[in-house]
Design a protein around this ligand. Sequence first.
Ligand SMILES: NC(=O)c1ccc[n+]([C@@H]2O[C@H](COP(=O)([O-])OP(=O)(O)OC[C@H]3O[C@@H](n4cnc5c(N)ncnc54)[C@H](O)[C@@H]3O)[C@@H](O)[C@H]2O)c1
Length: 337
Amino acid sequence: MSKINVAVIGVNGFGRAHLRAFDANKNANLVAVCDINEEYAKELGEKYNVAYTTSFDEILENSEIDAVSIALPDQLHAEYVTRALRAGKDVLCEKPLALNLEHCREMIRVAKETGRYLMVGQICRFTPGFVMAKKIIDEGTIGELFFVESEYAHDYSKMTCEWRKNDPERDGFLGGACHAVDLLRWIAGNPTEVFAYANHKCLKDWPSNDCTIAVMKFPNDVIGKVLGSTGCKRDYTMRTVLYGTNGTIIVDNTNPKLTLFREDAYLKEGCHETPIEIPVEVSNHNIIDEINEFVSCIIEKRTPILSPEEGAATVSICLSAIKSAKEHKAVEVEYDF
Ligand SMILES: NC(=O)c1ccc[n+]([C@@H]2O[C@H](COP(=O)([O-])OP(=O)(O)OC[C@H]3O[C@@H](n4cnc5c(N)ncnc54)[C@H](O)[C@@H]3O)[C@@H](O)[C@H]2O)c1
């Protein structure tokens, strides 16, 4: 296969970014867009000079379309992904993979049965600062990790979409903080146990908690925490601190510098206050690289790094934190998919 023909489903929000990335990818042909809202479908179809429709069935029946990119409300991921896989399409699905483990398992099962590609868009795996942090850790520069923390702070109070706001199953810790959870499990492995507290003080007209702090036990005796706040009054941030026995990394997807403290640098300079600052590109929604990975996996017949099992593991950790906060006890995380 030299080029793949792609349709984007759900185009008015983050789907616009998917469209830009497929349009820029030299191995993909954007051939159609689909949105339940005809106005959006028409606008984006005309903008990219491709076919547009409000009917997902039409997309599924079109044998010229090899792959679909699902940028639909979280509640629809499981249904639309499984229908697309069964119709023989490869699928990129936005995060979180689904809102419960039953749906995650079904998506994994159908992907296996049909033999199609299913990749989940956990975009932080492509954020330049986070990629750099992981490289530094993997090279052993900061020694052995012992504590990792990340926060997802994003004020949702002005977001108007009803699907985000009115579904009690879509707790902000799953919908938003899944980014920080996925980042930490990418760096430190799958936590075995989670204990969380949560409160509900900012988004009072939303049905679920808006702030959760989840403490986790990772493999190799690493401990860590994720803060998720969707009502905070501040700029969006995913500030992350990664502590190793020989150094520390501070990295934020909104900051053009990664800060690295190294024990050997202190010794050389005799000073504990001279970190090394490494310039990084601020690209906190690096959809270009995410979509390059999806397209090249299909063309090179390579399993996506972000398999549905990866997406399900992240969902499972988030759900464990939500459960822990409700039941006031530690929860063992399930990875049986
Ligand atoms: N990776 C990221 O950083 C990131 C950022 C934003 C959103 N997201 C994810 O992207 C997905 C979409 O979020 P959004 O913010 O773009 O939402 P949105 O509500 O802004 O856009 C969703 C689009 O889907 C369309 N739609 C709704 N139901 C449909 C249906 N049945 N058939 C066809 N079209 C339908 C809507 O008309 C709208 O155009 C969510 O899963 C969200 O979690 C990811």
